[in-house]
Structures are given as structure tokens and as C-alpha cells.
Design a protein around this ligand. Structure first.
Ligand code: G1P
Length: 289
């Protein structure tokens, strides 16, 4: 039985340049899809998989992300005074057990691998999940839970994967695929952002991972990879063959909210799932297409 999964690291130090000017003074992970910020979707997804401890890897100008999971006494008191029970219930969705959220700073943007390495004291000797909040998931079962179920069988490392068009391989970490049962694939190798003609497959890593703590030691070699950055994928690649390593095609849909069109599509898809909004959204959509 592999060690239980209780920790998650959320790298949120990115500058969000693709969403300027909105992200000049606002963390991109605070951008809402319908009415909930991206960071909260990620935390809820992890909690639905039994994760209890969170580490946000933040940077300058990102304090709102930590504030979001704090208790807002004044706001709560005012809402209580005004008997705003619906608003209070929404506020309660951001409440976290005391001591369950910590943050560290990635002082310089040296890459995703470096961001994860900044959380090394939090990770310690335990397996941990990573969630990239830009990848937003709409699914009946939390993707971290789906990964955790495979992890309980296989141990080692498990990442969420998805087929992408070959012309997009240079945007993702790409798998070299071994045994593949159509759902779970054996990872034989990993390449970060390969050119389409060099990609070993079109199966890409999506921003959900369950990793063993040994990956931290591999990151600590601080080798520069794609884009001159310290890449998580390169460190993971060095665990292949030494530890079990699998990819899982999760059930559900993923939206790339780091991209404007993906972010807009997520708004529509999530709004159509909301009983209070679906009819109104469906009614107005027809006017635009
Ligand atoms: C990161 C990872 C990449 C992964 C992607 C998923 O890239 O480095 O391997 O496929 O997230 O969204 P980024 O989107 O930060 O460039």
C-alpha cells in the first residue's frame, strides 16, 4: 500500500502576462470562472481527493491568493448582521482548517521545476499532488481523486494526460508511451515542449500530478531545459525507470485557462452547468453564433 496522499503544492507565482492588463494588480489565479476564482477550483478538486495540506508557491503581488483562504471576520460579521445567509454560505466555501494552508515565495521566476523545489520543506518525505490552476477541470470525479485511485494501485508517480494535436506538442510535456490499455499508460520517457517533428507521441501532460518526494532531489540539479527554465518535466524524466510512472487519461473536460479562448470556453461550460444560469446563458448564446 503506497503512502497516503495528503499534500498538494499549487504553483501560483506566474506573472499572468497573457491576461494583461487584467493581471497588472490582480493574481491571474484570482480570475473567476463564473463566480469562483481559479485557485478555489483547484483547492476544491484536491480536497475532494482527501488532500489536507496545501502549499501555495507565490510571488510578488500574490498575497490575495493567501487572503482568499483566510477568515474575513469583518465581512462575516456584516453579512451576519444583515442576515445574508446565502452570501455567508458562499463565503464558507473558502474556509480552510487552521494551519492547512501555507505559502512560500518563489523569489525569481526560474521555471515550474524551481517553483516546486521552493516547496521542498513542505513536501518532506511524502508523496504530493501538484495542481496547476490554469488547467481547469469539469468532471464528475475530481481529477486528483482519479489519479489517486491509480496511485493506490501502482504507487510511484501518476500524471494526468490528454491527446493534443501534433502541432501543439511544443506547448506541453510529452510522453514516450509504453504499455497502454487505453486509460492508463506506462511512461517510458518525458520530453518538455518538443517540436512536433521531434515529439515521441502526442500524449501530453495536463496540470495534475502525483509525485514522489525524490523528484525534489532531481530538480535540485538545477539543469536548464526548454526555454532556459528549470523544468519539472526534466526532473520527472529522471525518475522514469527508477520508480513506477504512469499517465492517466482522466474522465471529464479540461480547459486551458492560461489561454483567452480556453478561459472564455470555460466560462460558458461552467455557466451551462449552473441551474441558476444555464437557461439565461443558453438563451443569449444563440444571438452570437
Ligand atoms: C507546464 C508543464 C508542461 C505541462 C503543462 C500543462 O507548462 O511544464 O509539461 O504539459 O504545464 O498545462 P506551462 O503551461 O507552464 O508552460
Amino acid at each position: 500500500m503506497p503512502k497516503p496522499l495528503k499534500k498538494a503544492v499549487l504553483p501560483v507565482a506566474g506573472l499572468g502576462t497573457r491576461f494583461l492588463p487584467a493581471t497588472k494588480a490582480l493574481a491571474k489565479e484570482m480570475l473567476p470562472v463564473v463566480d469562483k476564482p481559479l485557485i478555489q477550483y483547484a483547492v476544491e478538486e484536491a480536497r475532494a481527493a482527501g488532500i489536507e495540506q496545501f502549499c501555495l508557491v507565490t510571488g510578488r503581488g500574490k498575497t490575495a491568493l493567501v487572503e482568499h483562504f483566510d477568515v474575513a471576520y469583518e465581512l462575516e460579521a456584516t453579512l451576519r448582521e444583515r442576515a445574508k445567509t446565502d452570501a455567508l454560505a458562499l463565503l464558507a466555501t473558502t474556509s480552510m482548517p487552521p494551519g492547512s494552508v501555507m505559502s512560500v515565495r518563489q523569489q525569481v521566476p526560474l521555471g515550474l521545476g524551481h517553483a516546486i523545489w521552493c516547496a521542498r520543506a513542505f513536501v518532506g518525505d511524502d508523496p504530493f499532488a501538484i495542481l496547476l490552476p490554469d488547467d481547469l477541470v469539469l468532471a464528475d470525479v475530481s481529477w486528483v481523486r482519479q489519479l489517486a485511485e491509480v496511485y493506490e494501485q501502482t504507487g510511484g508517480n501518476v500524471v494526468a494526460v490528454e491527446e493534443v494535436p501534433r502541432e501543439q506538442t511544443s506547448r506541453y510535456g510529452i510522453l514516450k508511451v509504453g504499455h497502454d490499455d487505453g486509460r492508463v499508460v506506462e511512461v517510458m520517457g518525458l520530453v518538455e515542449k518538443p517540436k512536433p517533428e521531434e515529439a515521441p507521441s502526442t500524449l501530453s501532460i495536463i496540470g495534475r500530478y502525483i509525485l514522489q518526494p525524490e523528484v525534489i532531489g532531481e530538480i535540485a540539479r538545477f539543469e536548464r531545459g526548454a526555454g532556459g527554465e528549470i523544468q519539472l518535466t526534466d526532473a520527472m524524466a529522471r525518475l522514469v525507470g527508477r520508480q513506477p510512472f504512469h499517465g492517466l487519461r482522466c474522465e471529464g473536460r479540461r480547459f486551458d485557462c492560461g489561454d483567452k479562448a480556453g478561459f472564455l470556453e470555460a466560462q460558458i461550460a461552467f455557466a451551462l452547468k449552473r441551474p441558476d444560469l444555464a437557461d439565461k446563458v443558453r438563451a443569449f448564446l444563440g444571438r452570437y453564433v
